[in-house]
Design a protein around this ligand. Structure first.
Ligand SMILES: O=C(O)CCC(=O)C(=O)O
Ligand SMILES: [Fe+2]
Length: 224
C-alpha cells in the first residue's frame, strides 16, 4: 500500500485507523495526496449518460472535480453491512476497485411508514416516519449483485442511491444469475463459478459540496 493518505481521504474499516476529518455537515479541506490526484482527476472527467433519454454529462460531478476519497481495504472474509451512503454524497458515488474482486449487493430499503394517530403521533408517541419521495415503498426490486472486477469503476446514482448496498463477509463468491453485469465483464464467469477473493482496496470517490473554510494544519498549530 502507498503512504497513508492525507486527511481528505479517510481510512477505514475496522482494522485500520480512521482519519475522519469532519465538522457537522462540512469537511476540513486538505490537498489530496499526489498518488490519488491522477485517479481522482480521471474519474471526475468520466462522462456519463444516466438513461437512454438523458443527455450525456461531460463530467461526473458537474464540472467540479471530486474532493473526497474513502479508502477501504478488505481481506478475504471481510465485508460491509447493508447501508446507504446518506445525503452528504448524493447524487453520485464512484468506486474504483483495486487488487481483488468483490460482489457489491443491492437490496431494497422497504419503507413502512407508521400510521399516524389523530394527534399526529403513533402509539409510542413518536411522529410518523416521513416518506422519502425518492424511495416510495412501492418500488421494491429483487436483490441483485454487481461483480466489481479489479481496476473497474462502478457508479451508483439515482434511485439506487436511496437503497441499501453491502458486501457479504465471504472468502469465495458464487457467481450466479443474481449478478446482473455478467455481460459487461472483462473476465466472464460460468454460472455457479466460485471465485476466491483476494485483498481488495476500494477508492470511493465523491464530491462533498460543503467544505469548511478551515485548514487542519493551522488548526493543529502546524505550518504548511
Ligand atoms: O468498498 C466498496 O466497494 C463499498 C464501500 C462502501 O459502500 C462504503 O464505504 O460506503
Ligand atoms: Fe457505501
Amino acid at each position: 500500500m502507498p503512504e497513508p493518505p492525507g486527511p481528505l481521504a479517510t481510512f477505514s474499516p475496522r482494522n485500520h485507523p480512521c482519519i475522519l476529518i469532519g465538522i457537522g455537515a462540512g469537511m476540513i479541506p486538505e490537498p489530496l495526496p499526489s498518488w490519488l490526484q491522477d485517479i481522482v482527476a480521471r474519474v471526475s472527467a468520466v462522462s456519463v449518460r444516466v438513461t437512454e433519454e438523458s443527455q450525456t454529462e461531460p463530467y461526473l460531478f458537474g464540472a467540479q472535480p471530486a474532493n473526497h476519497v474513502l479508502i477501504n481495504e478488505y481481506e478475504p472474509g471481510q465485508g460491509i453491512m447493508p447501508h446507504e451512503d446518506g445525503p452528504l454524497y448524493h447524487p453520485i458515488i464512484a468506486t474504483v476497485s483495486l487488487g481483488g474482486h468483490t460482489v457489491l449487493r443491492f437490496s431494497p430499503k422497504t419503507q413502512h411508514p407508521r400510521p399516524a394517530t389523530e394527534a399526529g403521533a403513533d402509539d409510542d408517541g413518536a411522529p410518523p416516519d416521513p416518506v422519502d419521495p425518492l424511495c416510495p415503498a412501492q418500488t421494491p426490486f429483487e436483490p441483485f449483485g454487481l461483480l466489481l472486477e479489479p481496476n473497474s469503476l462502478v457508479l451508483v446514482h439515482g434511485l439506487l442511491y436511496q437503497h441499501l448496498h453491502c458486501i457479504e463477509e465471504l472468502t469465495t463468491d458464487t457467481l450466479d444469475a443474481s449478478i446482473i453485469n455478467a455481460s459487461q465483464l472483462q473476465q466472464p464467469f460460468v454460472p455457479g463459478e466460485q471465485r476466491v477473493r483476494e485483498t481488495r482496496v476500494s477508492l470511493t470517490i465523491r464530491r462533498v459540496p460543503k467544505v469548511a473554510k478551515l485548514n487542519i494544519n493551522r488548526l493543529l498549530g502546524k505550518q504548511r
